[in-house]
Ligand binder design. Structure first.
Ligand code: CP
Ligand code: NVA
Length: 311
């Protein structure tokens, strides 16, 4: 079996991305109406390697595997000591010898790259310091459901731009022809390599520190924690730098009247978002969270089909 990894959102082509959304909408409907999905991954097992905590990523992948007739094994940070108890390459060879797919949530992006380099089965990035592509799949699926389209929309990310969620969102938006604006304080702008990569797909990318200007005409206002996993040592400094970047009700009023609010979660009310926004009528965060399941399921089906056709 030849491998097809998913380390970056750009590991899918634009047409594959659209195929994944189609599969997700279909399997979501199937699950809601028939209360079950076809067992397309029967007898398949997924290794889920976690160096960091998770609620949505673990729940969505484990549930997706169960609902597709397969099985997922959770390997907690203390279980395997990735790169400490055992070399990353050895973990990749062992896990791919016994299981059909590997999902890993790691600190350094080079760790998922190394896993992929030594794995005989697909490796999925369940979040690294550079990207969170699985989140973007669910985000775009949610926007598509709510707005009935993707291209031509304006999506504004506010807060920590030098961040996995913002990076994958920027790339995904560029791939799908959306206008992407990132409003961040100086020093927390998107990684330049990511911007360069995104600009190969679209030039509709704006970086600014002016949060009020940024949200004008926005269809989607998106934020993420100011203190990502691994940034805890900088917590106090970050809380003070990002303070003017909180998504408040008055900021939402500057966007289009039918703009939606999105957040990958976990959220810190009173920091990056005011309670009345995340718990208010414009917020779609729980639909977005549930869509992690449907998006991840579609990704698994797509990668499995791809591997079968390559073998
Ligand atoms: N959004 C997200 O990835 O959530 P978890 O960290 O809980 O998996
Ligand atoms: N940027 C956040 C995303 C959490 C899902 C982090 O890396 O902690």
């Amino acid at each position: 079996m030849k491998t097809k990894h998913f380390l970056s959102i750009t590991d899918l082509s634009i047409s594959e991305l659209k195929t994944v959304f189609k599969i997700a909408l279909k399997t979501k409907k199937e699950l809601k109406t028939k209360h079950a999905n076809k067992p397309l991954l029967r007898n398949q097992t997924m290794s889920m390697i976690f160096e960091k905590p998770s609620l949505r990523t673990r729940l969505s992948f484990e549930t997706a595997m169960t609902q597709l007739g397969g099985h997922a094994i959770y390997l907690a940070p203390s279980d395997i000591g990735l790169g400490v108890r055992e070399k990353i390459s050895d973990v990749a060879k062992v896990a791919s010898g016994m299981t059909n797919i590997i999902m890993a949530r790691v600190f350094k992006h080079t760790t998922v790259e190394e896993l992929a380099a030594y794995s005989a089965v697909p490796v999925i990035n369940g979040l690294s310091d550079l990207e969170h592509p699985c989140q973007t799949l669910a985000d775009m699926l949610t926007i598509l459901e709510v707005k009935k389209e993707l291209s031509n929309l304006k999506i504004v990310f506010i807060g920590d731009g030098e961040n996995n969620v913002a990076h994958s969102l920027c790339l995904g938006a560029a791939m799908l022809g959306m206008q992407f604006t990132c409003a961040s304080p100086q020093g927390f702008w998107l990684n330049q390599e990511i911007v360069k990569k995104a600009k190969k797909y679209s030039l509709k990318i704006t970086l600014t520190s002016d949060v009020k200007k940024a949200v004008k005409q926005a269809d989607v206002v998106y934020t993420d924690t100011w203190v990502s996993m691994g940034d805890e040592k900088e917590k106090e400094k970050r809380l003070s730098i990002f303070k003017p970047y909180q998504v408040t009700q008055s900021l939402m009023k500057l966007a289009k009247p039918d703009a939606i609010f999105m957040h990958d979660l976990p959220a810190y009310r009173g920091n990056e978002v005011a309670s009345e926004v995340i718990d208010g009528p414009q917020s779609v965060v729980f639909q977005q969270a549930e869509n992690r399941l449907h998006a991840q399921k579609a990704l698994l089906i797509h990668l499995n089909q791809k591997c079968t056709s390559l073998s």
